[in-house]
Design a protein around this ligand. Structure first.
Ligand SMILES: Nc1nc2c(ncn2[C@@H]2O[C@H](COP(=O)(O)OP(=O)(O)OP(=O)(O)O)[C@@H](O)[C@H]2O)c(=O)[nH]1
Ligand SMILES: [Mg+2]
Length: 412
């Protein structure tokens, strides 16, 4: 089954917790803190794998989580970090995160980290100071990132063959390549894109894709719709095949219709070669003669006799060489917000004071609220950041509830 879209959830592993432990050596009577650090959680990484052809796998499995880091051990022993989780996807997969293109897995072997694993928490060995020689607290591991992402396959091909149903697109692909697409004299024979490798000579080859026929209103979902047009988005040139069985009048209408569908799909500016098919038929010769004046560069072929096919392939090759590969506008590097923002934000929600912001939320997620010393450290950190003062400005009183991320505690 050819599946070219999927939505999955990816989660990086949580960092392991740092622990509280003490040195216990024979000749060291008062052992100092010796709690080891937690290990790093695994990240989820997508890999463009040439052995994967469709996104069908993601029909059945939609949730992927890397393993958590191990907790720290005694004697300052760090917990083991978890391995990254590699997910193979077809070459040509576009990753969409939060509604916009995030990364393009357009080259074999390319890797994109998509959900970072959390950092391991620090053990109590790190919190000893001159004044506090026996810290009874450690950090919890940082939670791994979690995202819902959409995957969209856009096949890698240099030439896209488009046209109305029955124009002869699959027949052309079958004569220019070793591909064996289904061919029949009824519309919508081709239900999914087909790829074929075209060899011009020993050194020269390119890939062509035949997409299902387009009808009027395809961009609104008519016929098979325009959803397969995404597979010509990476191509450098389109071959628009006009059915040679059409009268000149029908051919004109057909051409305008295809152009309007291409426009609706943002493909109108792609280089395009317009071709009349089935030149072995008298109707095709008549239509070609009638249209060659109005359509600059109009070509003509017969897949049945091979007439004009070689010329068409060389013409396509010339355009491929002159045209740079199309690129998608990506947001691969995290969006950088240039407006200086508060490190945190406090909002009153009824009787609850909600503190938000990546830094404070991370701090909260790594704090063990059942441990008084850890809580003390957390409160000192909030004080330093200015959260404390902001809460007081907003009129907080002892006994009120403060919420940070998933943590809730009573203000004292
Ligand atoms: N005489 C003649 N018939 C052709 C030629 N090329 C294709 N045909 C016929 O046209 C019909 C449609 O061909 P296909 O290649 O299946 O057309 P298509 O454009 O792929 O059609 P869809 O997949 O339905 O969009 C078939 O009956 C073919 O045999 C040609 O060069 N000469
Ligand atoms: Mg076909």
């Amino acid at each position: 089954m050819f599946i070219d879209e999927a939505t999955i959830t990816v989660k990086g592993g949580d960092g392991g917790d740092g622990i509280v432990a003490w040195r216990r050596e024979k000749y060291v009577p008062k052992g100092g803190p010796a709690g080891g650090d937690g290990g790093q959680g695994g990240s989820v990484i997508l890999v463009a794998d040439p052995n994967v052809n469709t996104l069908v796998e993601f029909r059945y499995k939609r949730q992927f989580a890397a393993r958590d880091g191990e907790h720290g051990g005694t004697s300052n022993k760090s917990g083991r970090s978890a391995p990254d989780l590699l997910i193979p996807v077809p070459v040509g997969t576009l990753i969409i995160r939060d509604g916009s293109p995030y990364a393009d897995l357009g080259e074999p072997g390319k890797r994109v980290p998509i959900a970072k694993g959390g950092r391991g928490g620090l053990g109590n060995q790190h919190f000893a100071t001159a004044r506090r020689q026996a810290p009874h607290y450690s950090e919890k591991g940082e939670p791994g990132e979690e995202h819902e992402i959409a995957l969209e396959l856009r096949l890698l091909a240099d030439v896209g063959i488009v046209g109305v149903p029955n124009a002869g697109k699959s027949t052309l692909l079958s004569v220019i390549s070793a591909a064996k697409p289904k061919i029949a004299d009824y519309p919508f024979t081709t239900l999914e894109p087909q790829l074929g490798v075209v060899r011009l000579d020993e050194e020269t080859s390119f890939v062509a894709v035949d997409v299902p026929g387009l009808v009027e209103g395809a961009h609104e979902g008519a016929g098979l719709g325009d959803r397969f047009l995404r597979h010509v988005q990476r191509t450098r040139v389109l071959i628009h095949l006009i059915d040679g069985m059409d009268t000149p009048e029908q051919a004109r209408t057909e051409r305008a219709m295809i152009e309007s569908e291409l426009r609706e799909s943002g493909l109108i500016d792609k280089p395009r070669i317009v071709v009349i098919s089935k030149m072995d038929l008298p109707q095709a010769r008549e239509t070609f003669a009638a249209l060659r004046q109005e359509i600059p560069g109009l070509m003509a072929i017969s897949s049945a006799t091979s007439e004009g096919v070689r010329e068409l392939m060389y013409a396509a090759w010339r355009v491929i060489q002159e045209t740079p590969a199309p690129r998608f506008a990506l947001e691969e590097s995290p969006r950088i917000d240039l407006t200086p923002s508060e490190p945190f934000h406090v909002e009153r929600d009824g009787g609850v004071f909600v503190v938000s912001g990546p830094r404070v939320e991370r701090l909260a997620s790594m704090t063990d609220f059942d441990n008084d010393e850890a809580l003390g450290r957390f409160e000192r950190a909030l004080d330093k950041l200015g959260v404390e003062r902001r809460l007081r400005d907003l009129g907080i009183a002892a006994g009120d509830t403060v919420r940070i991320g998933d943590a809730e505690f009573e203000y004292s």
